[in-house]
Design a protein around this ligand. Structure first.
Ligand code: MG
Length: 475
C-alpha cells in the first residue's frame, strides 16, 4: 500500500513525461556567479599572472574549467537575457544594454531560470546586477526570485559617468522592487561586491536545508571600478587587479560557507562572465588573453568567457573541457539535473551534462553557436573548430590611444569581411582562411541560413519567424 501511495505521489510530482524527478537528496543546490565584463584572460587559471585568484583557481582544480564557453552576445542585457532564458537574446527580443530610462524588459511570458528552479521546489535568491528591466514590475522578484538585492542596471549609468553625467538619473540600490538606497554614491559602490557576496552567504545559511538556487551577479569588474578601502592597492596590479582580487575573495566566502554548512557535495557552483573586457578603458578594463578584441565585438574576445563549475563527487576534479558550450545551455542542463520541467516555449540551449560531468568522448550537442549583435545582426558563428564572421562593421582599439584611470579611449570602426578562422590552430583569429576553404564557408553558410530563417538577420535582410518580443512596462 505504502509503495503504491509513493508511486502515485511520484507520478503526481513528475511534471513532464520523460522527466523523472531525482530524489531530493540527489538534487543539488545551485550557486551561479556571473561577473560583468570579466575577460577570458582575467583569472589565474585562464592565464592571468599580474595578480592571484586563489579561490577561483581552487574552483578549477576541484571542478571543471571550460576553455570554449560562450555568451549569446558581447553586451550586458542581451547576454543576461540568454543566461536567464536558455534562449539566444534575439529569440527573446533583448538587445544591447538597457538604459535607466528604458521601459523595455524581459517578457513575463518567458520562463526564467529562477522560475524553472522554483517549479522544482527550490528557494530562489539573487544579489547583484539584473539589467533585464529597470521598472518595479520588471524586478527579479517578478521573474521567479524570492528575494533580490542589487542594481537594476550597470554601475556606470549614474550621474558620475566620465563622459555623459547628464544622461543618467541617480542610481538606486534595490531591495525587492523598492530602492534601499536612492542615490548610490562612490562609498556605496565600494561596498557592493562584498555586500552582494554577504547576501549570498546569508541566503545559503538561511536556506541550508535546501534545495536552493542563488544567482550572484557582481557588477564588477565593469567600470567604474570600486573595492572596499582596505582592499585598495592589495593586488599589486592596479585598480583592476584589486577588483578581481575582491571578486576572488567573494567567491572564497561562498566556498567557505558551503564547506562550513556541510553543503559541499550537495552544491553545484558555477562561475562565468557576461561578455569580454571593455578594452577602451585600458588599465580599467580586463584582458581577453590570447583572444582577439573584446566587449562589443563578435570576435572571440567579445563572446568567449571564463567558465568554471564545481560539484565535488559529481564533476571530476581538474576536468578541462574543450568542447564548445554556452550560457544558453545552463537552463536546460540545470533543469535536467534537478528534474524540472523545461520551458514550454522553444529555447536554443541544450543539455550539456555529459560535458559537465566529463563523460569520455562527450561531444558538444551544438552543430553551431551563433552570435548576434547590435540591431539583430548575425555577425558570427562557431562550428567545430571553425569560426565564421559575416561582413559587418565592428570596433577596435588597435592604433588608438588607450583609456586611463577610468576615462575611456576612443574606438575606431573596423570593417569585418567574410572571415573564416580555424580556432584549433589560430585562437587569436589572425589568419583568414575563407579564400582557401570555400567548402567550409559554404557548409557554415547553410547552417547560418537556417538560423536566419528562425531568428532573422539585419545584415542579410531576413525577418525572424520565431522571435518573441520583449515587454514594455506600463509602470
Ligand atoms: Mg557586461
Amino acid at each position: 500500500m505504502r509503495t503504491r501511495a509513493l508511486v502515485a505521489l511520484a507520478v503526481m510530482t513528475i511534471p513532464h513525461q520523460g522527466f523523472a524527478q531525482p530524489a531530493t537528496a540527489e538534487r543539488p543546490n545551485v550557486v551561479m556567479i556571473y561577473c560583468d565584463d570579466m575577460g577570458y584572460g582575467d583569472l589565474g587559471c585562464f592565464g592571468a599572472t599580474a595578480y592571484a585568484t586563489p579561490n577561483l583557481d581552487r574552483m578549477a582544480a576541484e571542478g571543471a574549467r571550460f576553455t570554449d564557453f560562450y555568451v549569446s552576445s558581447a553586451v550586458c542585457s542581451a547576454s543576461r537575457s540568454a543566461l536567464m532564458t536558455g534562449c539566444y537574446h534575439e529569440r527573446v527580443g533583448i538587445r544591447g544594454a538597457l538604459g535607466p530610462k528604458s521601459k523595455v524588459g524581459l517578457a513575463h511570458s518567458e520562463t526564467t531560470m529562477a522560475e524553472m528552479f522554483r517549479s522544482a521546489g527550490y528557494a530562489t535568491g539573487m544579489a547583484g546586477k539584473w539589467h533585464l528591466g529597470a521598472r518595479p514590475s520588471q524586478a527579479p522578484i517578478r521573474h521567479g526570485f524570492d528575494e533580490f538585492l542589487g542594481l537594476p542596471y550597470s554601475g556606470d549609468m549614474w550621474p558620475h559617468h566620465p563622459e555623459r553625467p547628464k544622461d543618467y538619473p541617480d542610481l538606486p540600490l534595490i531591495e525587492g522592487d523598492r530602492p534601499a538606497v536612492a542615490d548610490v554614491t562612490a562609498d556605496v559602490q565600494k561596498s557592493l561586491t562584498t555586500r552582494f557576496a554577504a547576501r549570498a552567504v546569508d541566503f545559503i545559511r538561511r536556506k541550508k536545508d535546501g534545495p536552493f538556487f542563488f544567482y550572484l551577479a557582481p557588477n564588477m569588474p565593469h567600470v567604474p571600478l570600486f573595492v572596499r578601502d582596505e582592499n585598495a592597492g592589495k593586488s599589486g596590479a592596479g585598480a583592476y587587479g584589486d577588483v578581481i582580487r575582491e571578486i576572488d575573495e567573494a567567491v572564497g566566502s561562498i566556498l567557505v560557507t558551503l564547506r562550513d554548512e556541510g553543503l559541499d557535495d550537495r552544491t553545484l557552483v558555477v562561475f562565468s562572465s557576461d561578455n569580454g573586457p571593455w578594452l577602451s578603458y585600458g588599465d580599467h578594463g580586463g584582458s581577453a588573453g590570447p583572444l582577439r578584441e573584446g566587449k562589443g565585438t563578435s570576435y572571440e574576445g567579445g563572446v568567449r568567457v571564463p567558465f568554471l563549475a564545481r560539484w565535488p563527487g559529481r564533476i571530476p576534479a581538474g576536468l578541462v573541457q574543450r568542447q564548445p558550450a554556452a550560457t544558453i545551455d545552463l537552463l536546460p542542463t540545470f533543469a535536467a539535473i534537478v528534474g524540472a520541467r523545461p520551458p514550454i516555449a522553444a529555447i536554443d540551449g541544450l543539455d550539456v551534462r555529459p560535458l559537465l560531468f566529463g563523460e569520455p568522448d562527450a561531444r558538444s550537442p551544438h552543430d553551431a553557436l551563433f552570435f548576434y549583435y547590435a540591431d539583430g545582426q548575425l555577425q558570427a558563428m562557431r562550428s567545430g573548430p571553425w569560426k565564421l564572421l559575416f561582413p559587418h562593421t565592428t570596433r577596435t582599439m588597435q592604433g588608438q590611444a588607450p583609456g586611463r584611470g577610468g576615462v575611456p579611449g576612443k574606438y575606431r570602426d573596423l570593417p569585418v569581411g567574410l572571415e573564416l578562422y580555424d580556432l584549433g590552430a589560430d585562437v587569436g583569429e589572425s589568419r583568414n582562411l575563407a579564400p582557401e576553404r570555400p567548402e567550409v564557408v559554404a557548409r557554415l553558410q547553410q547552417s547560418a541560413d537556417a538560423m536566419r530563417a528562425r531568428l532573422g538577420d539585419r545584415l542579410a535582410g531576413r525577418e525572424p519567424a520565431e522571435a518573441r518580443p520583449a515587454e514594455t512596462a506600463t509602470d
